[in-house]
Design a binder for this molecule. Structure first.
Ligand code: NAP
Length: 323
């Protein structure tokens, strides 16, 4: 079956790690863009992007990448988005759409918007899909299939430009939802950022134990610890930036979490089996709800086969929503 005309003529990718390279692969596979120009901070990554053939053109600077591009997607840690927006601002094509993929939206809007000319459409985005792997080799075309991509356009953006970016994400497999940046940050604080913080904490705690040896921790990890270690293997730069950028929402959720831990601590100390049973019954229902809406597996598109997308080798073991 022939593919429809590309949605955008020229996609500029700034940063080609896990997310940027997955966008490149998926956009190519779906014919979503006419051509792709890519850049990355380091010579090593730029060289690797060229070797992998992820873009039609690899250039040295972000300013050179955006020239003539009608879609620009910034795929770098959120703490670096402001300076990159300052670099590209003067070189953007009038009418272009500028987006990103950062895991925090309030800070991205705050840091990028002042540097962007009024002649471009600014539509920040967050694909809620990822793995604990990084770099251009880690990406794959199916990463976004049946995952959510949340768009957070600042007020006053052209609805047609927002809809066109939504169509782009749908074409590469995602479901799209739009929400205010601050609301996004609150939702993700509880669904993603707090779980990562807990994983980072518990793996650190186990590492520092003196009465349990490291080999025992590794040997008996299937008892629950193993799942935390995957999350705690996520990229340190990305997650440092997430916690710095989403400080208020994370602290709010952490406060509530600490209260709940205190309540469970009390129940255990008092031997209050009813309280523990009631709590665990309630949480079990949440898991059932996730399974019911089909958000149950960490495999790309939850393991479902996808004849429309190229069958590239998947990173193994299947990693999950790193984000
Ligand atoms: P990644 O694989 O580590 O790639 C990061 C890219 O950003 C690389 O091209 C890197 O360039 C570049 N970069 C790093 N620091 C930079 C700086 N200070 N200035 C300019 N470029 C810089 O990361 P990723 O997983 O693709 O994450 C990219 C973005 O996606 C982040 O904002 C993250 O919050 C968001 N996100 C991640 C996930 C996930 O699960 N990983 C999911 C959804 C959204 P070099 O290679 O040359 O160093």
């Amino acid at each position: 079956m022939s593919k429809p005309a590309p949605l955008y003529n020229r996609l500029a990718l700034i940063g080609v790690g896990l997310i940027g390279s997955s966008i490149a692969r998926a956009a190519r596979a779906q014919g979503a863009v006419g051509s792709i120009v890519a850049t990355a901070r380091s010579e090593t990554t730029r060289k690797r992007v060229a070797e992998l053939g992820l873009a039609d053109q690899v250039v040295e600077t972000a300013a050179a990448a955006v020239a003539g591009a009608d879609l620009v997607i910034v795929c770098i840690p959120v703490g670096a988005c402001g300076p990159v927006a300052a670099d590209i601002g003067p070189h953007l094509m009038p009418g272009a759409t500028v987006s990103d993929v950062g895991s925090v939206k309030g800070s991205v809007v705050r840091d990028m918007a002042p540097h962007l000319p009024k002649t471009v459409h600014f539509v920040p985005a967050h694909p809620v899909a990822g793995t604990e792997y990084s770099g251009p080799d880690a990406g794959f075309a199916e990463l976004f299939v049946n995952r959510w991509c949340i768009l957070t356009p600042p007020e006053g953006q052209d609805p047609a430009a927002v809809e066109k970016l939504a169509a782009f994400w749908r074409l590469i497999g995602a479901n799209v939802e739009t929400m205010a940046p601050d609301h996004h940050d609150l939702v993700l604080a509880v669904t993603s950022h707090l779980p990562h913080l807990i994983a980072y904490t518990i793996v650190g705690t186990a590492d520092e134990l003196e009465s349990v040896t490291r080999s025992e921790v590794l040997k008996f990890s299937a008892g629950g610890f193993r799942d935390f270690t995957r999350i705690a293997a996520s990229d340190p730069t990305m997650w440092r930036d997430v916690f710095l950028a989403n400080k208020d929402a994370v602290l709010e959720m952490l406060g509530r979490f600490n209260e709940d831990v205190a309540a469970l601590t009390k129940a255990i100390r008092r031997g209050d089996g009813d309280a523990l049973f009631e709590h665990f019954t309630r949480t079990r229902a949440i898991r059932k709800g996730i399974v019911q809406i089909g958000q149950d597996s960490p495999a790309p598109d939850f393991g479902r086969p996808h004849p429309d997308l190229p069958h590239e080798p998947m990173p193994k073991p299947y990693a999950a929503d790193g984000d």
